[in-house]
Each structure stands twice: as C-alpha cells, then as structure tokens.
Design a protein around this ligand. Structure first.
Ligand SMILES: Cc1cc2nc3c(=O)[nH]c(=O)nc-3n(C[C@H](O)[C@H](O)[C@H](O)COP(=O)(O)OP(=O)(O)OC[C@H]3O[C@@H](n4cnc5c(N)ncnc54)[C@H](O)[C@@H]3O)c2cc1C
Length: 425
C-alpha cells in the first residue's frame, strides 16, 4: 500500500498503484471502473467491494482521494480543507451510521457571522442579528413582528430575490443577500432560481447555528483519513492523477460508474453545462486566533472575497498560528456549483436522456447528475444506487438460477424421451 496523498495528510492507508506499473494488475479486468474518488465514487467502491465482493478500479484525475472534501495538514501543521470548508451535517441516521464505520466524530455545530455595517452579526438572521443591527432589545414575539413589518410580500415567488424580500424585506435583503449572491454567482438574485436563497432560514429566537440537522459532527481525524479507511479493501485499487480518457480503452471492466461531469462524458454534445467556480487563497497568520467563528461572510461588493474560514474552530486543533482560506468566486476553474437556472436544467435533461440510453454506465454524484448536493445527500444517493445494484444482481441471479434449473429439467426430459425412444425401437 502506498501513500500518494501530498503533504502527509494520508498517513499510510491509501490503497494505490504506482502509475508506471498500473496496468500490470488489471489481469482479467475489473467488475467496475469508478471515475472520481469523492463521496459518490468512494462509497460505491466500498459497498461493491465489501458487500458484493466486486473487483473495483477507482480513478481520479486529482493527486488525492476524497474529492472536494479533501483535507490535509499544511506547512504549519494545521488541518485545512483544500476546496473550502466542508461541514458535515445530516438528518439521515442511515448516512451517519454508515460513515461511522470509517471514522470517529468530533461534535461541532457550525456558526457563521456576517460582516455588515462594520460589525459581525449572526447569519442566518436571528433575534441577535436584529438587536445588533438596529440597537433594539427584542423578545422572540417582537422579532417576529419586526420582520413582519419589514417584509414586502411578493405575489408569485420565482427568484432568489423574491424569496428574501418576501420574508425579510428589501433592506435586510440588500445588507445580507444581494451583494453576496451577486459575487457568489456572478448573477443578480433576480436572475436566479428561488432554490438558492430558500436554503437559508430566518429565525426569531437566538439560535445561531447555521444548520438545524440532528447530526452535526466533523470526522475526528479529517475527511481524508475517513476516505482512506473506506477504501482500505483488497478488492479496491485506486489510481490517482488518472483521467478517464487515459484509461477508458486500456482497462478491462464490465460496468462503469461515472461521477465526473456528465457533459464532459458526452463530449459536450449539446453544449457546456454552466458551473460557478472558486479560487481559494490559503494562508497561515502568526496569531493564535483570527476570527470568533469558523466562517465569516462578507456580503459587501466592496471586497472581492465572499468568506473567510478559520479551520481551528472546526477541528479544535491547538497551535500558536492559525490557517485561513479566502474564497473568490470565479467563472473559470474547477466546476463547483451547478448554476440553478431553468435553461440549465433543460440542458441537463438532454444529457440525462443520453445517459439513460447508454448501457452499463451509471452517473453519480453532484457532477454526474448536475445537482448541488451536500455530502450527506451524495452518500445517500450512492447507498441507494448500491441497493439498486444489489436488487438487479439478485434479479439476474434468480433469472440465471431459473434458467439453469430449466436447462436441467429439459436435459432430464430429453434424456428420458431419448431412453423411451430407444426402448420403442
Ligand atoms: C466550496 C464548497 C464547500 C462545500 N461545503 C460543504 C459543506 O459544508 N457541507 C456539505 O455537506 N457539502 C459541502 N459541499 C458539497 C460537497 O463538496 C459535495 O457534496 C461532495 O464533495 C460531492 O461529492 P462527489 O463525489 O459527488 O463529487 P466530488 O467531491 O467533486 O468528486 C468528484 C471527483 O471526480 C473526479 N473526476 C471528475 N472527472 C474525472 C475524470 N474525467 N477522470 C478522473 N476523475 C475525474 C474529480 O477530480 C473529483 O475528485 C461544498 C462544496 C463546495 C464546492
């Protein structure tokens, strides 16, 4: 077993093949080739290997496993997330207990502050946010009344702007949402589907947790370590720095699971599915703490970044220095966020129809299904896909057994008839 993960994050468990000798091991081939070692690909690899004893080749074009959830220790020895902060939260007991096979957890409830009117206030908007911004003292009933007085009812809620203006009014919309959304998406909220801002609640109590899920914990030793444990199986071979194009005609496999971009798989036949990307600036500063919570949002359009993450809040690490990530939204770069507009959903449906008509290939994950999914949703999707594979195998197995039994019966009948025939002669 080799450790191909840079920066020493993956301490000794990644199963992998050195690139030069990689095809020596294909022998009679694999049952499954899985493209993408993120949550979608890795959960399916683990399930197929452990649950169905399949031989799996898992490839990723990046130099590491864990997809966008990849974390590693930086030069200061601080565990950071290369692709921005990943906070694990779920309401699914099934997903939580599945992942608990591969990691212990550290309780962590995510809190976010927004830099608004030169102060830091809780987001989602809650009672404290209103008190701080307007210099008021409120009960939850007062806060509800206050928001009601600010809200500007919208007859038909279609866009992201409609959602927020309808619930908290234009003033709070402009302070918290307009600039942030314009930076994040490069589009005005009035041009974006209502789903984008519907995700953010408004509260009239002092609950300042970002998520309300029943399970909110971080993998104790990080995501990469959890993935290493998941993939530590003799039936799973992992090849990093390997694009699907490089191996698609070289490796023998029966079935393909593809968690890369669906439009790329079909050579962008109908055009490119639009994504929003991010540039990350990672830095370590010579001070023990930088900000009061893990994430501070910067909604103002006068600064280019959307948020700053300080990782020690997520991990509880103790270190005299602290590491941060600034996020700068961009049009170009890795595909991160599918842009939720009706015309893009329409374009995706064309690719989906093509996918449905392509035998022996299953598309999975956020890129394979062009949907913004949280990690737990991707795990849930992968577990359901696995269940469908098991059902299909059971069906095929039952059919094969029935066919074998039929052949045995036919053979016996033929032998009997032949014997009877011989007797008649
Ligand atoms: C900035 C950011 C913050 C996020 N924060 C959270 C959060 O706090 N909580 C949460 O629950 N979710 C969060 N998410 C969502 C989370 O990242 C996804 O749910 C999850 O990573 C999806 O897993 P996946 O396997 O579908 O995709 P990915 O993790 O993207 O994995 C796909 C992999 O496929 C590989 N690949 C693609 N094409 C090819 C190819 N042709 N050949 C070989 N390999 C290929 C890629 O290199 C990639 O590693 C966040 C996402 C982003 C972008």
């Amino acid at each position: 077993m080799r450790d191909l993960t840079p920066n020493g994050a993956a301490k000794g468990k990644v199963v992998s093949m050195p690139k030069r000798t990689r095809f020596a091991n294909t022998r009679s081939g694999f049952d499954y080739l899985i493209v993408g070692a993120g949550f979608a690909g890795s959960v399916l690899a683990e399930r197929l290997a452990t649950g169905l004893d399949k031989r799996v080749l898992l490839i990723d074009r990046r130099p590491h496993i864990a997809g966008n959830a990849y974390d590693h220790y930086d030069d200061a020895g601080i565990l950071i997330h290369r692709y921005g902060p990943h906070i694990f939260h779920t309401n699914s007991q099934q997903v939580a207990s599945y992942l608990s096979r591969f990691t212990k957890w550290r309780p962590y409830e995510h809190k976010v502050l927004a830099h608004v009117d030169n102060q830091l206030v809780p987001i989602p908007i809650n009672l404290t946010t209103l008190e701080k911004l307007y210099g008021l003292k409120l009960t939850p009933e007062d806060a509800a009344e206050f928001l009601k007085s600010k809200a500007e009812p919208v007859a038909e809620i279609r866009t992201s702007e409609d959602v927020v203006v309808n619930s908290v009014g234009r003033e709070l919309y402009e302070k918290f949402f307009r600039g942030y959304t314009r930076k994040q998406w490069g589009l005005d909220p009035s041009e974006l589907d209502k789903s984008v801002t519907s995700r953010v609640p408004t509260r009239t109590n002092t609950d300042d947790r970002y998520f309300g899920d029943s399970f909110q914990q971080m993998p104790l030793h990080g995501y990469t370590r959890m993935f290493e444990n998941m993939l530590d199986h003799p039936n799973i071979k992992v090849m990093l720095n390997t694009d699907f194009e490089e191996v698609r005609h070289e490796v023998q496999y029966d079935k393909l699971i593809y968690s890369g971009p669906i439009d790329e798989f079909f050579d962008f036949r109908f055009g490119k599915l639009p994504y929003r990307s991010l540039k990350f600036r990672h830095e370590t500063v010579d001070q023990e703490n930088f900000q009061p919570v893990a994430v501070v949002n910067y909604p103002s359009e006068s600064v280019a970044h959307t948020r700053i993450t300080e990782y020690k809040h997520l991990t509880g690490q103790v270190n005299p220095r602290t590491s941060l990530t600034y996020e700068f939204p961009a049009d170009d770069g890795d595909p991160y966020y599918p842009v939720p507009r009706p015309e893009n959903a329409e374009l995706y449906r064309k690719y989906q129809a093509l996918a449905d008509a392509t035998p022996n290939v299953t598309f999975a994950g956020r890129l394979g299904t062009y949907r913004y999914y949280n990690m737990d949703q991707v795990v849930g999707q992968a577990l359901s896909m696995y269940n469908r594979i098991v059902e299909a195998e059971e069906r095929d197995g039952a059919i094969a057994r029935a066919a074998r039994e039929m052949m045995t019966v036919n053979g016996a009948l033929r032998a009997e008839v032949a014997q009877q025939g011989a007797g008649d002669d």
